[in-house]
Unconditional design. Structure first.
Length: 146
């Protein structure tokens, strides 16, 4: 046996054709759509967590309101939701970057959009901005800055 017989063949045979390129573009857009879904979900978790904290804080201040059985429960639940939103956003953004790197590497590089025509969207920037807002919200609630 020679070295060629022992070599592991590529997992996929990639041919640079127009239909393969458009399949690559569809995959790239699906990855973008997945990140957008995670951004929406994270924004909802962060916003809902903050709303729970604020609502029960204001509710406690109302005249005639009964004292809460577990007064720190709404704050803890809000912090947990905000934390989940921030972590989900961080993980999904890292996954987005690694999948895009994979789609541009190896044999898929022939199908990718060239660096001169680089396909850029605002989604990663929005994800990073929401991550910063989520961190600020988490620490604002944690240290009772609101």
């Amino acid at each position: 046996m020679n070295e060629q017989d022992l070599a592991v063949p590529d997992r996929f045979a990639v041919h640079a054709t127009s239909d393969a390129h458009f399949a690559w573009v569809r995959t790239r857009l699906a990855v973008e759509n997945t990140l957008l879904a995670w951004v929406r979900t994270s924004a909802s978790l962060i916003g809902f967590g903050f709303t729970i904290v604020q609502f029960f804080q204001r509710f406690h201040d109302l005249e005639g309101a009964k004292p809460a059985w577990l007064p720190s429960a709404p704050r803890d639940l809000g912090l947990a939701l905000i934390f989940c939103g921030v972590v989900a956003l961080a993980v999904s953004t890292l996954q987005y970057r690694s999948i895009n790197k994979y789609l541009r590497s190896g044999s898929f590089g022939a199908l990718a959009i060239s660096d001169n025509e680089r396909y850029r969207t605002a989604t990663p920037g929005v994800a990073i901005l929401l991550f910063v807002i989520g961190l600020f919200t988490f620490f604002a609630v944690l240290f009772r800055l609101t």
